[in-house]
Design a protein around this ligand. Structure first.
Ligand code: ZN
Length: 134
């Protein structure tokens, strides 16, 4: 895996969280994007080579809403950039990791993504992401 592409943080209110993270990181949010498939609204910040992704649920029963109801706001996932997501998924499947997505899906920020279940990664939701080449 190449680097930590971004860290995902589940938030209750995206607008308030954007203000907080703009102050914290001293850099403006460069993009907000709704991901229909996940029912989330996202906001991105660049921090050196990595990014911070804030995630707000668009529905009361979406994955982020459920996460916050159970654990509260906070660290949601760590995303690693890979060059060949299919190959990496196969490698991890062979190694016994539990993949949440059988095939890569289109995520936020022009990426193909796949999630690994936290039960096989010591409690951390892991995202693999590969930039979609246009
Ligand atoms: Zn992510």
């Amino acid at each position: 895996m190449k680097k930590i592409e971004h860290i995902g943080i589940a938030v209750q209110n995206l607008d308030l969280a954007i203000t907080t993270y703009e102050m914290l990181l001293n850099t403006p949010c460069y993009k907000t994007e709704i991901v229909e498939s996940e029912q989330v609204n996202t906001a991105f910040f660049k921090v050196g080579e990595s990014k911070i992704e804030l995630l707000e649920s668009l529905t009361t029963d979406g994955v982020i809403a459920k996460f916050i109801a159970k654990k509260g706001e906070g660290l949601h996932h760590v995303a690693f950039e890979v060059t060949d997501i299919e190959k990496e998924m196969e490698r991890l499947r062979q190694a016994g990791f539990v993949l949440i997505n059988e095939v890569p899906k289109v995520g936020a920020d022009n990426k193909l993504v796949c999630f690994l279940h936290p039960k096989s990664t010591n409690g951390v939701l892991i995202e693999l992401c590969e930039e979609i080449k246009s």
